[in-house]
Design a protein around this ligand. Sequence first.
Ligand SMILES: *Cc1c(COP(=O)(O)O)cnc(C)c1O
Length: 380
Amino acid sequence: MSDYIPYGLHWIDDEDIKEVIKVLRGKWIATGPKIKEFEDVFAKYIGCKYAVSVSSGTSALDIAIASLDLKKDSEIITTPFTFVATSNMILLNGLKPVFVDIKPDTYNINPDEIEKKITNKTKAILYMDYAGQPCDIDEIKRIAKEHGLYLIEDAAHALGAEYKNRKVGCFADLTCFSFYPVKHITTGEGGMVTTNNEDLYKKLLMLRNHGIDKPTSERFGSKAFYAYDMKLLGKNYRITDFQCALGISQLKKLENFLKLRENIASTYSKEFKNDDVKTPDVKQNIRHAWHLYTLLLPDRVDRDKFFSLMRSRNIGVNVHYTPVYRHSYYRERYTIKSSDFPVTEDIFKRTITIPIFPRMTKEQVNKVISEVRSASRNQA
Ligand SMILES: *Cc1c(COP(=O)(O)O)cnc(C)c1O
């Protein structure tokens, strides 16, 4: 029996490992010089002014939202077709997520639906670039400007993606990235917030470190003074120095990782072109980062049966995502009608994620293609 092919997988090589070991042998393993170095190379890669590294993509979202200092019960408009962390962080900040249906072509939030949900409590839009395809950023920015709303981008899927030849990372006031192993680059757990706004940047630095105004590095050594002030109510969301060494090393490989993902995606799209599974729509003027490759199954195919059949053949298919409002925590506390989200519901019932990751071999890609065809024929 052949090995299980996961839907996503990190790629760490000897060079990465050497960089981590160097830090582990040194004096600084928690907050040290690699933190700022990682942030600097990351900001430079994105083409924005500031980057703040944190312990996960979830903590990135948490401090990004917290930095806006929104009044309790303010509303943030977001997509239900995302990982739960996106809207959980809205709730954990004492705010209300207001879900808006997605577009049938990209599965990204539908700008036409955003305007209908704006009230005088709406303060921000938190949009997510599904699978690595940027949202309609110009349109979302226009709405935000017209209504005086902040923008937060959950770019956990979109490191390296571009919109009109500019990298995702500084279109919104705050952009959040994740370095979880299935994402484009990894630090084990880890995340980053990018911004061009100096005030928000200063708050983010404090919010990841208990709300304290002075980084640990400035409180160390013979000349430093003990005093620091806690200005904001913060958590410990710091990432470690050895993780940042890994991040710096991984970032050097990102362009190659993106190209390898692009190659696999284009092979899939070419192969499935004449089959009755629907391949992803890719818009003009964007670069897709291909975090996920999803197929839309035809009506004749039962997605859950297809899923189990593929898993039984060792293909690590997945479903991204069960709409957030379908989870019990949300169902038990909020009255959200799934019928208000007809596109999300339709896509959710028919979508399947098939494996894509940089280190995937040609044989693995071919195996996935033949198993998709066989599982789909099986239900004909
Ligand atoms: C991965 C992911 C997150 C959370 O990132 P973690 O690093 O796992 O905390 C948030 N939003 C989306 C859309 C994600 O895919």
